[in-house]
Design a protein around this ligand. Sequence first.
Ligand code: CP
Length: 331
Amino acid sequence: MPLHFLTGCELSAQQLSDLLRRAAELKRQPLSSKALEGSSVALIFQKPSTRTRLSFEVGITELRGNAVVLRSEEMQLSRGESLRDTALVLSRHVVAAGLRTSSDQALQELALNAHIPIFNMLSASHHPCQALADLLTIQEACGSLAGVQIAYVGDGTNVARSLALLGSLAGMHVTVASPPACALEASLTPPPHAQGTITLTDDPRQAVDQARAVCTDVWVSMSDEQADEEDISKRIRSLAPYRIDDALLDRADPRAFALHCLPAHPGQEITAEVLYGRRQRIWDQAENRRHVQKALLELLLSESVEGEASGGSLASSAAPSQASSSALLHR
Ligand code: CP
């Protein structure tokens, strides 16, 4: 069975730790692995991307593989072909496939039907590849992750959720501060066997107290862009106290630095002074996407036993209609 990477919670704490150690090795020696020699990896984008596409494409090239970038609107998916059939065909051509989608259900359906590892390049609820880069960046600064206290301030996005889940799996204590209307679900708990903790609050000053890293994301995500202008203005007003600026960083650990998944909106969720200043590791974090994703691809391929290649049996009980499957991806 393939090992998928949909939320990040598919990994054990040991696998996560090994992945981060391997990513650090690959960062030191970027061309040392030929893990993808003679193989192709599909990258399917339903939504725009700069960092994810760039870091995966370059990373796959460095692993001696071939990246096949597919825009979902150019695929037969856009004309009603099912995710099941798409998964079966992908499984005959590539060794792994990534999907960026607004639908967590579409991602799960692709994984359920694929004989190859499927990885999440951002979905409505999760962005685990971003969290891996966040963790590597914090590990570089702090030496190790166990027991480290970090804060996320701002909108309770997919980035916040993935940081909380994978950060706690890595043994960190993650506090997420958001206005009540933008908060993560109160039921969010660390993955089983995680040594770290997740704390939710609405107080950004309390969240950053003693934090080594202070993280954020945009206040208007791709999924919010269709919202009513009035609602967006209200959301931005409610998030103003959660902006990362020097005054907020002054309340954190003296060695604290800012992280941001990017793209940034200087003046909204982070000041330009912090974004381009000395109290950030944001540009290292953007580079680290490539190193962690190379380690992730190595792990997924080494942990996945080749599945049945003749199509059908794996997902025979879960095949949706073509129309519903297509709607999942394109809604
Ligand atoms: N952080 C992130 O996922 O960036 P992109 O949307 O540019 O891929």
